[in-house]
Design a binder for this molecule. Structure first.
Ligand code: SAH
Length: 336
């Protein structure tokens, strides 16, 4: 959670003590670190900020999904979402303020990227949510880097953040309980593959051919499907992992039976798994979601063609659930 890493030449036990206060006792105030001398605390206070985020708004859905809108110390707004599943509680973390990827359907890209989030600001999102859960003796079990921003456009900070929350002395959230989602920045997929972490990787595919993907996701101009598929297959082989693809079903756009056929062809022979995502309508974008029955038709077609898939359950559809929607609303209101 610290904003700067400064070398004070202290003994390593001091670091362990501070980690304990931050991640086990979860203090936000350095003065609460009572077994750390006053002098040391003063130095820490001068050099570090424990929690750089201020909570601006919190929305709770009937299904327990909770949205947090935070403000950074330089006045930027960002969102995190906590979701409740049968298997535990997951937090969806933002990796940037705004996003430059410009996906046609996404609320995040309505404002261009203002800046990358620091790893401290990403850790702080998780710690804030965990601190809220502490009130009910509950624990976060999963992290998904699927909030606003493109994690592979802020690679080093994201990897640093995950190393902290994954660390035994950090929150200790298991690698297999951590998922990074990317729109397909090919060089970073190779970097990630070569790191051999056990984090899960999900690829936002959303279209089974270049023509349509070019229209929906401008990143496809830079890294078309052939290159993307080669990179993801390299990752799969190198890490012996199943390949996960996300596919938002957009009514009349990418949900035609022909698209299901093309998709199964594209994934043929791969150890792939497709997560079909109901679209959270974004007012400014004009795309519509399919009905559950329509999603089932697409699902059946994929299954018939030997592509394993699931339909993602919707969460928090009574609050501003789509990525970045709460943030956009606030920006419009405040004119930030
Ligand atoms: N930039 C990364 C991570 C952030 S978006 C990526 O593209 O993967 C996380 C996922 O949510 C992506 O699959 C994205 O395409 C999807 N998404 C964006 N807007 C959405 C919306 N309105 N409804 C449903 N899913 C959406």
């Amino acid at each position: 959670m610290c904003e700067y890493a400064l070398d004070h030449g202290w003994k390593s036990y001091r670091g362990h003590q501070i980690f304990q206060w931050l991640y086990r006792n979860r203090v936000f105030d350095i003065d609460e670190m009572t077994n750390v001398s006053k002098e040391t605390r003063e130095i820490l206070k001068k050099d570090f900020i424990v929690n750089p985020l201020e909570l601006i708004k919190k929305q709770v859905s009937h299904d327990g999904t909770t949205k947090f809108l935070f403000k950074t110390s330089d006045g930027a707004l960002l969102e995190s979402v906590m979701m409740v599943f049968d298997y535990g509680r997951s937090v969806c973390v933002s990796s940037q303020v705004g996003c430059n990827m410009g996906c046609a359907f996404c609320a995040s890209g309505l404002t261009k990227k203002k800046r990358d989030l620091t790893s401290g600001e990403m850790v702080a999102q998780v710690m804030y949510v965990q601190k809220e859960l502490d009130k009910d003796n509950l624990r976060l079990s999963h992290i998904v880097v699927m909030g606003t921003g493109e994690p592979f456009d802020n690679y080093d900070n994201v990897m640093n953040f995950l190393a902290t929350v994954n660390h035994d002395r950090g929150l200790g959230i298991g690698s297999r309980h951590i998922t990074i989602s990317t729109c397909g920045i090919v060089p970073r997929i190779y970097d990630f593959a070569n790191e051999h972490t056990q984090y899960n990787l999900a690829i936002s595919l959303h279209a089974p051919n270049d023509e349509l993907r070019d229209q929906l996701m401008p990143v496809n101009h830079a890294y078309p499907l052939k290159e993307l598929m080669e990179a993801i297959q390299y990752y799969g082989k190198e890490n012996n992992r199943r390949l996960t693809f996300e596919y938002i079903l957009l009514k009349g756009v990418n949900d035609h039976p022909e698209h299901a056929k093309q998709l199964s062809k594209l994934l043929h022979g791969m150890n792939a798994y497709v997560n079909l995502i109901p679209y959270n309508a974004v007012d400014e974008k004009g795309f519509k979601s399919v009905t559950h029955d329509e999603a089932m038709v697409f699902y059946d077609l994929l299954m018939k063609n030997y592509v394993r898939c699931t339909i993602r359950k919707e969460h928090g559809n009574d609050i501003d659930a789509a990525c970045g929607q709460l943030r956009i609303k606030e920006i419009k209101k405040e004119g930030i």
